[in-house]
Design a protein around this ligand. Structure first.
Ligand code: ADP
Ligand code: MG
Length: 315
């Protein structure tokens, strides 16, 4: 490596080690030391991005830095946790300073938005892979989980779904989008917005929650498996962006919305007895939890069968 490992850490990662009252020791020792405030528990999640698997190899390093953190923050959002600390395990084929500068900028900008501190990590040589681990704080016992939905609960989605799927077709050269919609859809793919504020507002409101990373059918399926439940979805109510609608047929839009993944929206359920629904959450009711296992999609009273169910590794 042209620049030594420690110089890489000092230049590009130590500046992201923001001071926080709950970090007693950050980057530089054998381990970091953190002290969650009394009465709080720690939510921990880790996700890896492998070049060519989770992002096209030519993706801009700034976007890779953003996305590596955003996909993890999405998991904290789905738990209703407040972001606090992160660690970074970075495997690089070579030290390319322009790449590192842009990568740490993308990662640092998103971390700073939540006053998160990068408290440690590991830097090694090999095929490009980025593992980010995030830790968030929650008042004890107040975490949102996949468990807890009941028949009759309404199913909601934040934001819109399907955009990242169409963005991926464009990024892989399988689609030719109009310039007006291309930037929006590629932005949804490369720079997803973690729904942290929504997750915090849903504490004590949602009966269950999950983030949509592998596709709505797959992720809602995980939420349903937890209680051996099923769901009825109304396709006319799927939140689809104007940009997506402008580019593909209605049925293709449904396929993308249901199975393409990479949207990082929250899917959550609310019991009919829950009165206090937070007014500041932008979300859409898309269906209802039912007793009978399986997800059934309806349009105008008729059942509609999607061709794909979601993204899975090893299948
Ligand atoms: P050790 O040999 O004790 O595991 P390292 O030499 O791997 O320590 O790392 C030195 C310090 O730099 C540690 O505090 C580690 O957490 C931190 N560090 C290493 N790589 C990164 C990185 N990519 N981002 C943030 N901190 C890092
Ligand atoms: Mg180490």
């Amino acid at each position: 490596m042209s620049l030594g490992e420690f110089e890489v850490i000092r230049r590009y990662f130590s500046p992201l080690n923001l001071a926080r009252a709950d970090v007693t020791l950050g980057i530089g020792d054998d381990a970091a030391l953190c002290r969650p405030p009394p009465g709080m528990e720690v939510a921990v999640a880790v996700d890896s991005l492998v070049a060519g698997v989770h992002f096209p190899a030519h993706t801009s390093p700034r976007d890779v830095g953003h996305k590596a953190l955003a996909v993890n923050l999405s998991d904290l959002a789905a738990m209703g946790a407040e972001p606090a600390w992160l660690t970074l395990a970075l495997t690089l084929p070579e030290v390319e300073e322009s790449w590192l500068a842009e990568f740490s900028r993308g990662l640092g900008e998103l971390a700073a938005r939540y006053q998160m501190s990068l408290i440690g990590g590991d830097t090694t040589r090999g095929p490009l892979c980025i593992s980010v681990q995030v830790m968030g704080l929650l008042p004890e016992g107040r975490g949102l989980t996949r468990n807890g939905a009941r028949p009759g609960d309404a199913i909601y989605l934040t934001g819109t779904v399907g955009d990242a799927g169409l963005g991926l077709r464009q990024a892989l050269g399988h689609s030719r989008l109009k310039p007006a919609t291309r930037d929006y859809l590629l932005g949804r793919l490369h720079r997803p917005t973690p729904r942290i504020a929504e997750g915090l507002a849903l504490r004590g409101v949602a009966s269950a929650a999950i983030d949509v990373s592998d596709g709505l059918l797959a992720d809602l399926g995980h939420l349903l498996e937890a209680g051996n439940l099923g769901a009825r979805l109304d396709l006319a109510r799927l939140p689809l962006s104007a940009e997506l609608r402008a580019e593909v047929s209605e049925q293709d839009a449904w396929e993308l919305a249901l199975a393409a993944g990479d949207d990082y929206e929250l899917c959550f359920t609310v019991s009919p007895e829950t009165a206090a629904f937070p007014a500041d959450i932008s979300c859409q009711c898309i269906g209802r939890i039912e007793d009978r296992p399986g997800i059934r999609c309806y349009h105008g009273g008729r059942e509609w069968l999607p061709t794909r169910r979601g993204y899975e590794h090893y299948t």
